[in-house]
Design a protein around this ligand. Structure first.
Ligand code: SF4
Length: 317
């Protein structure tokens, strides 16, 4: 998927200059690169299921699943295999090509990992691509997931190296990069992006995209999330970010990682359809479908289908 000649040595000044372009120029450049690499009318559709919700020991300031914040999200046990497979069948029937399973763990225990491996095998047997997000992994755990048939592992960098410590204190940026290295070394595709609207500066957004674009291999999927402000989390009252700044972030991700799938992830529920259309113009070509993203709301499938019809977009096969 990766072209070795793609640049992986982006300088922050270059990204700053991209962010500073007039919006029409930025969108033109992003859309031109998008067309060189993808069918501009095709959007990859993923479904995300929380297989183990709440009670997480980490302190990610945006997350309603952290046990450190009182958000009303109950701590649940790992879902049984047959219930996960029933959800995967429903997602496939609704047009999803990829099924992502998320668990609110700091890192999986080996016993839990065996259960997740059985889920990966089952979902794969349904003809869906598989993705998991389970927290930090060891090299051996990444190897086991690969053997089970895992196609993608999601582990986000969240923000710039400088801002990261304002958001999470229970694990470091380097811990995250280490897990990404293990995943890559195991031969699993990497899904890695971040969140905007957490009170970071534009320079932090520049720093986040620069870090992603300078990974030795670009992540195959780059989710760009708009913060969903959840009451009870430290970011519950964060000031809203200008949606056009979100569009710019998507465009710069597209330009600097031309062959990656750039995904509109959390925060679409509160975005106007016009802003979502601008994001597609900026080179986004993947969305999460389904009424929930782990624990926060997401547009209903019918609304997504109607929006895609109005924009003339079709699911990527
Ligand atoms: S984002 Fe993940 S690791 Fe952080 S608190 Fe939420 S579930 Fe835990």
């Amino acid at each position: 998927m990766q072209n070795v000649s793609e640049p992986h040595d982006w300088a922050r000044e270059e990204l700053r200059a991209l962010f500073d372009l007039p919006l029409s120029e930025l969108l033109f450049r992003a859309q031109s690169i998008h067309r060189e690499n993808f069918d501009p009318a095709a959007v990859q559709i993923s479904t995300l299921l929380s297989i183990k919700t709440g009670g997480c020991p980490e302190d990610c300031a945006y997350c309603p699943q952290s046990a450190q914040y009182d958000t009303g999200v109950p701590a649940e046990k790992l879902m049984p295999l047959d219930a996960v497979l029933a959800e995967a069948r429903a997602a496939r029937a609704a047009g999803a090509g990829r099924f992502c399973m998320g668990a609110a763990w700091r890192s999986p225990k080996d016993r839990d990992l065996d259960a997740v491996c059985a889920m990966v095998e089952g979902v794969k047997a349904l003809g869906l691509e598989t993705c998991a997000t389970l927290g930090m992994l060891t090299a051996a755990q990444a190897g086991k997931l690969k053997v089970a048939g895992l196609d993608y592992y999601n582990h986000n960098l969240d923000s710039s190296p400088e801002f990261y410590g304002e958001i999470i204190t229970t694990r470091t940026y380097d811990d995250r990069l280490q897990t990404l290295e293990y995943v890559r070394a195991a031969g699993i595709h990497v899904c890695c992006g971040g969140i905007v609207g957490m009170g970071e500066t534009r320079e932090d957004r520049v720093g986040m995209i620069t870090t992603l674009a300078n990974l030795p291999v670009h992540p195959e999927s780059v989710p760009i999330n708009m913060l969903v402000r959840v009451a009870g989390t430290p970011l519950g009252d964060a000031p809203a970010l200008d949606p056009l700044e979100f569009v710019r972030t998507v465009a710069v991700a597209r330009i600097t990682m031309p062959k990656s799938m750039v995904r509109l992830s959390a925060g679409r529920e509160s975005m106007s359809e016009e802003v979502q259309a601008l994001c597609f113009l900026a080179g986004a070509n993947s969305i999460f479908c389904g009424p929930k993203l782990l624990t926060t709301p997401n547009p209903e499938r019918d609304r997504d289908r109607e929006l895609m019809d109005r924009l003339g977009l079709s699911p990527m096969r």
